[in-house]
Design a protein around this ligand. Structure first.
Ligand code: UDP
Ligand code: MG
Length: 321
């Protein structure tokens, strides 16, 4: 049987590390799947890294990567994939909200020849009304721009080495893992799962961070908002023609004195449309600026290799980054 690498992005999950290791190792050992668990500590402010180090000392199925600061979940996933040794790699949350038993089903599908097995949410679990509303809006836009139904998509997925290599070798910095791993293609299938409730700790997403995440991902994945500016511009032009004709007719018929309200409204409307358009262009400029700088996606502070080979401290930039 071939090695399965399980990548676990971890941010402030001190109480979850050991539980997750116990659950995952029990499930995978029972299914006799050879595995390694790659914990990526994404600049946690609690004892997450200490817990990972402890687990690494005690067992030989754990690999630990420690970031120099918080780089975000996508970077953590990418780092885990870049250091995976398996013939296939799975990504799973470290808070046990993704049921580990599904990994076995995913692995079996991979053995049957699928390259990408995506976990889709049957239900979204417990979320606040505002969270549901925003997530709904975000996925509606994402589905529209990517032409893929993303409303039930998740980061829980298993990928063949081909897919992992394709992802890791992407030159772009701003990565939306969920969409990009589907974008690469190959033979894919989906598997449904129920999102479990988070038992320990809390979700890392605040309302504002979700909005930022949404904008960032839309901008990094699609140029659609830029085209929208042009569409709005054309719509505005049509409106201008109609209103212009009306204004001229009034002028010629001698009724042109009133209409100050229209002028004020039009100035307000056009200036806000211009500001929004500039803002959208600015978002893309900012992303281009970030991409052009070519900074690494993440910086690794410590790397605890598997099978207790060696422990190295790498203060420089990671080659894979
Ligand atoms: N996470 C991360 N970096 C971050 C935020 C989150 O690595 O900056 C990890 C987190 O530890 C967890 C997973 O991403 O394993 C999902 O995060 P969370 O449970 O907060 O999100 P939710 O399940 O509410 O979508
Ligand atoms: Mg969670």
């Amino acid at each position: 049987m071939k090695l399965l690498s399980v990548v676990l992005p971890s941010y402030n999950e001190e109480l979850n590390i050991q539980r997750t290791i116990d659950r995952l190792s029990a499930v995978l050992q029972e299914a006799s799947i050879p595995y390694e668990l790659i914990f990526v500590n994404d600049g946690s402010r609690d004892e997450t890294w200490t817990m990972i180090q402890k687990a690494w000392q005690e067992r030989d199925d754990v690999i630990g990567i420690d970031f120099s600061r918080n780089f975000g979940k996508e970077a953590a996933i990418l780092a885990g994939l870049a250091h995976a040794n398996g013939s296939c790699c799975a990504v799973i949350d470290c808070d046990l909200q993704h049921p580990p038993e599904k990994l076995v089903e995913m692995y079996r599908l991979w053995e049957q020849g699928y390259d990408l097995i995506e976990g889709v949410k049957r239900s979204r679990g417990k979320e606040s009304f505002l969270h549901k509303l925003c997530a709904g809006g975000f996925y509606w836009i994402m589905s529209y721009v990517t032409h893929v139904d993303m409303s039930r998509a998740s980061d829980f997925r298993l990928m063949d080495r081909k897919v992992v290599d394709a992802l890791v070798s992407m030159p772009e910095r701003g990565i939306f893992f969920r969409a990009l791993s589907s974008w690469v293609g190959f033979k894919s299938t989906t598997i449904e799962f129920d999102v479990q409730e988070r038992e320990i700790g809390e979700s890392k997403w605040s309302f504002t961070s979700l909005i930022k995440y949404a904008i960032r991902n839309i901008v990094s994945f699609s140029g659609m908002p830029l085209k929208m500016i042009a569409y709005f511009g054309f719509a505005g032009l049509l409106f201008t023609i109609v209103l212009g004709i009306q204004t001229l007719v009034r002028y010629w018929s001698g009724n042109a004195v009133e209409g100050f309200t229209t002028v004020i409204l039009l100035i307000l409307l056009t200036s806000s449309m211009i500001m929004i358009s500039l803002g959208i262009i600015g978002l893309y400029l900012a992303r281009m600026y970030e991409e052009i700088k070519q900074r690494p996606r993440y910086i690794i502070h410590h790397h605890l290799k598997g099978k207790k080979e060696s422990c190295e401290t790498n203060m420089g930039l990671d080659e894979q980054a």
